[in-house]
Design a protein around this ligand. Sequence first.
Ligand code: UDX
Length: 437
Amino acid sequence: MKITVIGCGYLGATHAASMAELGHEVLGVEVDPTKLASLQAGTTPFYEPGLDELLGKHVTAGGLRFTDSIEEAGAFADLHFVCVGTPQLGSSLGADTSYVETAVRSLAPHLTRPAYVVGKSTVPVGTAARMAGLLSELSPVGGDAELVWNPEFLREGFAVKDTLEPDRIVLGVASERAEQALREFYAPMASAGTPFVVTDYATAELVKVSANAFLATKISFINAVGEVCDAAGADVVALADAIGHDARIGRRFLNAGIGFGGGCLPKDIRAFVHRAGELGVEDAMSFLRQVDDINQRQRQRVTAIVKAMVGGSVAGVRVGVWGAAFKPDSDDVRDSPALDIAGRLHLRGAHVSVYDPKAALTAAARFPTLVYTDSAVDAARGADVLLHLTEWPEFRTVSPDEVGSVMAHRRLLDGRNLLDLPSWRAAGFEARGLGRA
Ligand code: UDX
């Protein structure tokens, strides 16, 4: 089928390349000239494992093209995916849906044949119904330009796999005709056994924010328990293993540490609380404020622990930091707890050297006054304390002795609870995790 993908950031570029991989003819629409030039040259303007190869392959083969013309998009296909961002508003905790609205408003007048516009962006409940109204009002074919809401659950670092092998497909539809069209489009997933949940717009929108809110709650729950473990001399990792054996709880997303960040979880839970307030049910969602508070507190906790480890003040102290991205296998530093902690220590007078295998450039653009090094060992050189903040696999292969030999003092704080603390202690380190006895 011929499709367009409007907005080619993390979500859109991945969707465009993955749908080309499934054999569809894809036209991506991107208005940022720098991103557009990169995509047209067959390279992704960000780091996502496997995506560059996939995108390059299909741009070269001709099955995937990019443009900045929405008019061209309207003429090209009858199935249009909207993948633009919905960042937090500057004026409130709500989500900014203006990019979604702009996409629909600019595309609609060019829909001169019956078409489906499929929203994939994460939006406050009620947005899809509003967009459906706009679409039929502004399109020359009226109600024959139909809206579908199809939230996306991909994780950065696994974006291609999550798009090609989703664990469910959710369709919010207003007609059987729309359901059939999307089922046909996603037929390869149906043949692979992917479950489909077909529902109304509001439920589809809420599925996405509820999933992210649940994941955020799970992480903050274990981090809150981790604080109690610290106070009581218990070990949160053993505790998570033990409760995770209960199939009703599950071990995934119970990794205690410096907390969650990125372009989704933090802003999605805030937008959820905000929208609940607009709907008059803020109390129902107020616990998410605590989930957010617990998450933010982990960052203060690390600063406080570092202070205590170095004897009271971080002013003039040299701190080595491993990791700047909000998670491994990504160069995304949006709301990254790692970069936030590095920045906080720097603002309190510490000399901070950061190493991240992929995120040095994005981190430097956001926080240019930190020192960025080219290796894990270089970040630790001369340091009074070393912080492990993003769990890139390479950090687990570095020899504690080698790192210790370049540091001024052998002190380690594992903010992700993934390093083998006994072997660091055996190398003479004062080594601690978060919530670990
Ligand atoms: C998330 C959702 O998982 C995905 O379904 C949705 O489409 C977009 O938002 P993503 O932001 O890529 O995906 O990252 P995710 O893997 O969910 O991790 C989010 C944050 O939580 C990261 O900062 C990660 O380090 C942290 N995390 C995750 C923990 O602190 N502990 C855990 O146990 C798991």
